[in-house]
Write a protein that binds this ligand. Structure first.
Ligand code: SF4
Length: 443
C-alpha cells in the first residue's frame, strides 16, 4: 500500500501524523488532502528522513537545486552545497548532476542530508550514453533504489506538444534541460517520449518504490515574451490528465510551472495549473519576472514567487545569483535559499490556514524591535549571522542603531508615550486627592 492508498482507506500513516503535528494541522484533514492528491509527502522508504508536506493548508516549501556539470564535477563540492542548503533552511534538495560520477554524487548527497531529495532521471540516461526507452526506465529504477524521494519527469513534452511548439513563435524555444533532452530523443528516434508513451509503466515503478512524481514543465518559457503561449497551456492540460492517472494508480504527484513570467500573468498561470490538475501541489521554478537582471535572479524569482504563492503555489525552487551565468557556488546556494525562504514566508503570511502561524513569528520580531532587544532580534532573524554582522560592522555600541542614532524614532516615541502615561497618572493622582479633600471638608 502506498501513502496515498493508505490515506484513501482512511488511515493516518506516521508521515501524515508527523507533518500534521509540525504544521499544526488536523491529521485527519491532512490525510484527506493526501488521499485527494492535494497534498503530497515525498518519501522513499529506503531512507530515514524528516518528512515534509507540500500542498493545501501547508506552509510554502523551498527546494534548492545543486549538481555537477560536465566541466565542474567535484562530488565533495556538491555534497557541501546540499549541507549548506539544508542549514540555510531548504526543505528539499534536487541533485541535477550531469558531470563526473553522478551515481557517487547522488549517493553521497542522499547520505549527507535528512531531507527529501529529488532527481531528474533523464540526465542519468544521457550521461550514461543510453538515451533510449530502456535507459530512461533503468535510470528511474536505479535512482529509486538509491533512495530518491521525488523525480522530475518531463511527460508534458511529447509528440502532441511538439506540434504546438512548432506552431508557436517563441523567442527562446525550449529552455528546460530535461525538456530539450526529451526533444532530442524524439527527433533522433521519431518516437514519442517513453515516460509519456509508457506512463503506466512509469506509474508501476513509482508505485513500487513510493516515488513522488514531479511532472516537469519541459516547455516552460525562457523569457517573459514567451510566458503565456499555447504550448505552455497545452502542457498544463496534459499534466492535469496525467495527475489524474497518477492518483488513480496510488502515486503522489505534483506539477511544475514556469519559468519566466511577467508579474501580471503569474496569477492566471498558477490558477490555471491548479484548475486543470484539480488542486495538485504546484512546484514553481521562479517565476522570474524580468529578463534583465542577471546576478540578481534570486530577487527577480523571489518577487515572482511571492505573487505565485499568493495565487496558490505550494513549493518554490530557489534561484541563485548565478542563474543564467555560472554553476552556483556554495555561497550562491546559501543566498538563493535564504532569499527564497523569505519569499515563501511572505506567501505564508497571506495564506488561509497558514497565516496565523506564520504571523506569530513576525509579531515576536515586532515586539523585539519595539523593545530594542537586539539579542532577540538576532535570534528571530531569518539569517541571524548577517543581521549580527551588519549591526556590529562599525564597532559602534549604542542602545539604538546608527541609522537614526539619538533620533531613534522608537526610543523618542516610547519616551514621549511614557511621559504621556506619567501625566495621566499624575492627573489621576490629583483627582483622587481633590476628591478626598472635598469629602473631608463636606464631612
Ligand atoms: S535608530 Fe532608527 S532604525 Fe535604528 S532602531 Fe531606532 S528607529 Fe530603528
Amino acid at each position: 500500500m502506498t501513502l496515498i492508498e493508505d490515506a484513501k482507506k482512511g488511515k493516518k500513516p506516521p508521515e501524515v501524523e508527523t507533518v500534521a503535528r509540525r504544521e499544526g494541522v488536523d491529521p485527519d484533514k491532512l490525510a484527506r488532502l493526501v488521499a485527494r492528491g492535494r497534498a503530497v509527502i515525498p518519501r522513499n522508504l529506503r531512507r530515514e528522513i524528516d518528512p515534509i508536506g507540500i500542498g493545501e493548508t501547508l506552509t510554502t516549501k523551498v527546494n534548492l537545486n545543486l549538481g555537477s556539470s560536465r566541466g565542474l564535477a567535484d562530488p565533495g563540492a556538491e555534497v557541501e552545497k546540499a549541507v549548506v542548503a539544508m542549514e540555510a533552511g531548504a526543505d528539499t534538495v534536487m541533485d541535477l548532476s550531469t558531470g563526473g560520477d553522478i551515481d557517487e554524487i547522488r549517493r553521497r548527497v542522499l547520505d549527507a542530508v535528512a531531507i527529501p531529495v529529488g532527481t531528474v532521471p533523464i540526465y542519468q540516461a544521457e550521461v550514461a550514453g543510453d538515451l533510449t526507452s530502456q535507459g530512461l526506465f533503468d535510470a528511474l529504477v536505479q535512482q529509486a533504489k538509491d533512495g530518491v524521494d521525488f523525480v522530475t519527469v518531463h511527460v508534458g513534452v511529447n509528440l502532441n506538444s511538439l506540434e504546438r511548439l512548432k506552431a508557436s513563435h517563441r523567442i527562446m524555444g525550449v529552455v528546460s534541460r530535461g525538456g530539450s533532452l526529451t526533444l532530442k530523443y524524439m527527433s533522433e528516434t521519431g518516437e514519442d517520449n517513453p515516460y509519456y508513451a509508457e506512463f503506466d509503466h512509469l506509474l508501476d515503478i513509482a508505485r513500487e518504490h513510493e516515488l513522488t512524481l514531479s511532472l516537469g514543465d519541459g516547455l516552460r518559457p525562457g523569457c517573459i515574451e514567451d510566458a503565456s503561449d499555447r504550448a505552455k497551456y497545452m502542457e498544463f492540460i496534459m499534466l492535469g490528465e496525467l495527475v489524474d492517472r497518477a492518483r488513480r494508480a496510488g502515486v503522489q504527484a505534483m506539477v511544475e510551472g514556469p519559468g519566466h513570467v511577467p508579474a501580471d500573468e503569474i496569477e492566471t498561470s498558477v490558477k490555471a495549473m491548479k484548475y486543470v490538475t484539480d488542486g495538485a501541489p504546484v512546484y514553481l521554478l521562479g517565476p522570474i519576472v524580468t529578463d534583465v537582471a542577471p546576478g540578481y535572479d534570486h530577487i527577480t524569482a523571489a518577487i515572482g514567487g511571492v505573487i505565485a504563492g499568493m495565487s496558490g503555489a505550494d513549493f518554490l525552487c530557489a534561484t541563485t545569483p548565478s542563474e543564467h551565468l555560472d554553476l552556483p557556488t556554495k555561497e550562491d546556494i546559501f543566498e538563493g535559499t535564504v532569499v527564497t525562504r523569505i519569499a515563501a514566508h511572505a506567501c505564508d503570511l497571506t495564506k488561509p490556514g497558514v497565516r496565523e502561524r506564520a504571523r506569530h513569528w513576525d509579531r515576536k520580531m515586532a515586539v523585539a524591535r519595539r523593545d530594542l532587544d537586539w539579542p532577540a532580534q538576532f535570534d528571530l532573524a531569518i539569517n541571524p549571522a548577517i543581521a549580527r554582522k551588519i549591526r556590529h560592522r562599525r564597532g559602534v555600541d549604542v542602545e539604538t542603531c546608527t541609522m537614526c542614532d539619538e533620533l531613534c524614532a522608537i526610543r523618542l516615541a516610547k519616551e514621549a508615550m511614557d511621559r504621556e502615561e506619567m501625566k495621566e497618572e499624575e492627573k489621576k493622582r490629583k483627582k483622587i486627592e481633590t476628591n478626598k479633600r472635598t469629602k473631608e471638608i463636606e464631612g
